[in-house]
Design a binder for this molecule. Structure first.
Ligand SMILES: [Zn+2]
Length: 97
């Protein structure tokens, strides 16, 4: 069977880059808001934001840094910040604990 990977270590995987960016932005913004920042609230905010955002999948090698991520991040970041802020406000008003 033909190998799709470059080498034995470079297993190719699918990554939704929006997911990592949303997690990062949630962690940044939650510090600036007067609200609970436990793991449950952070993950709830991530889930709400990700459900309201289009996914953006790329193929990459497992463990590799995403070279093209910076360009995409600039295009997405404003939109992501808006959705993350909305999600955080919702979690603040409706914490699941
Ligand atoms: Zn909490």
């Amino acid at each position: 069977m033909e190998k799709l990977t470059k080498n034995d270590d470079g297993e190719l995987i699918l990554v939704n880059i929006v997911e990592g960016m949303v997690i990062q932005i949630v962690d940044e913004l939650i510090e600036t808001m007067d609200m609970c920042n436990c793991k449950r609230c952070r993950l709830n905010a991530c889930a709400i934001a990700l459900n309201n955002l289009p996914s953006h999948y790329v193929t990459t090698e497992k463990g590799a840094l995403l070279g093209e991520l910076e360009d995409i991040e600039i295009n997405y970041r404003t939109n992501l910040t808006v959705e993350v802020t909305k999600a955080l406000l919702f979690v603040k008003e409706h914490p699941l604990h």
